[in-house]
Write a protein that binds this ligand. Structure first.
Ligand code: SF4
Length: 384
């Protein structure tokens, strides 16, 4: 992304978020091992009411430029008023995405109703390329097959599908197979979550910084073949993209000193993925920077993985919280304290603030999943 374009984009994020994620409920019938929300079988007391949801939606619609609202959870289908809220959001001019769980509630009928209301974007989670890996994480035998069936149905219905995959040590080696699966299903958008140890994910292994770098380069390869690739809690992907673009080398493994994970993933991709020309630009969003998260109870956070409350929409409008929060203002200015703060890519990337907080208790500290924080440390120590 060119410097001027980047600064224009960031200036836009100062006045309004690009995406508002609303955790409509904690209720979900799945029990995924890495669940950020630590979702429950039944709803927790204190959920925003229908009227409170409508009021928040009106507030979001009054922002300029207008954000996109994503109804997430838990499982947004567990909310009896989902259709009413979605219709209201579309009625006041918002673009709406939904991120339902694959359960008995996700049917052709319920999805048709959302499509008729004007929803076009749906996110579905797929965390492995085989039943063994996906079902183990999701906690339900047969869920892998059901997810593939749901994806095929949604593609056929004309939705714009984004598949979310949470990457962790146990499934990192499967990523090329997942990419291949998505290509075969006709899914064009892949959002890869780099696990942050919060919620039930606190018990599941994050990948090392070196493996995260290998995966970042592999995802550039996928993006260069025409698939739209986004990352969550891994903004260093944009730094990797920029470095690849600048280097323009035939063998990134050698040039960047990448490891066996990159070689395996990318080698496997090359054998089976169509070689289309293309390059996917990603938005320069980050925690609290173009993104804001509203919890089931109205508490506002910089992201769903960052459990620092910025206020509650029951008391203050979301727009006011987003634009006036000291923490968000600091994050958007890139005024970080660790090695990230000294990095040339701080404006483009800025590191995962959620991971910095989870590891150190300091939102402004280094993102330990980025190899550059270590390289910078080594270079600076050597110079002393
Ligand atoms: S050091 Fe921090 S700001 Fe720089 S690329 Fe890594 S995560 Fe991003």
């Amino acid at each position: 992304m060119k410097e001027r374009t980047l600064e224009r984009t960031l200036a836009r994020y100062d006045v309004a978020p690009h995406l508002v994620f609303w955790e409509t409920t904690k209720a979900c019938s799945l029990a995924c091992r890495h669940c950020r929300a630590s979702a429950q079988e039944t709803a927790l007391p204190g959920e925003l009411t229908t009227q409170e949801g409508r009021t928040m939606i009106d507030d979001i619609a009054s922002m300029t430029p207008r954000p996109i609202i994503v109804f997430t959870g838990g499982d947004c289908f567990e909310r009896g008023d989902l259709f009413e809220l979605v219709e209201h959001a579309i009625g006041v001019g918002l673009r709406v995405g939904v991120a339902p769980s694959v359960t008995e509630r996700l049917t052709r009928e319920t999805m048709s109703r959302l499509y008729e209301a004007g929803v076009r974007s749906v996110s579905i989670s797929l965390d492995g390329s085989t039943p063994a890996s996906h079902d183990t994480l999701r906690g339900i035998p047969g869920h892998f097959e059901k997810t593939l069936e749901a994806l095929a149905m949604l593609v056929e219905m004309g939705f714009r599908i984004q598949v979310n995959t949470t990457v962790m040590r146990r499934n990192a080696h499967e990523l090329a197979d997942v990419a291949h699966l998505l290509e075969n299903l006709g899914v064009g958008i892949w959002e890869v979550f780099f696990l942050v140890g919060v919620g039930r994910g606190a018990d599941v292994d994050e990948v090392s910084a070196e493996d995260a770098e290998d995966i970042g380069h592999f995802l550039v390869d996928v993006a260069n073949r025409g698939m739209t690739v986004r990352t969550v809690e891994a903004p260093f992907f944009r730094r990797v993209q920029a470095e690849r673009l600048a280097a323009a080398v035939d063998d990134p493994a050698v040039h960047f000193g990448l490891g066996s994970l990159y070689r395996d993933l990318s080698g496997s991709l090359g054998e089976r993925f169509p070689d289309r020309a293309g390059h996917s630009a990603t938005l320069a969003t980050g925690d609290g920077r173009g993104i804001v998260f509203v919890g089931y109870d109205g508490e506002v956070h910089a992201s769903g993985f960052l459990p620092v409350s910025l206020g509650n929409v029951r008391e203050v409008g979301l727009g006011e919280i987003y634009t006036t929060s000291d923490l968000l203002t600091t994050l958007r200015a890139g005024a970080l304290t660790g090695w990230c703060g000294q990095c040339d890519y701080v404006r483009l990337c800025g590191g995962s603030r959620a991971r910095a907080y989870a590891r150190t208790g300091d939102v402004l500290a280094d993102d330990p999943a980025c190899v550059r924080t270590r390289r910078t440390r080594r270079i600076q120590l050597a110079a002393r």
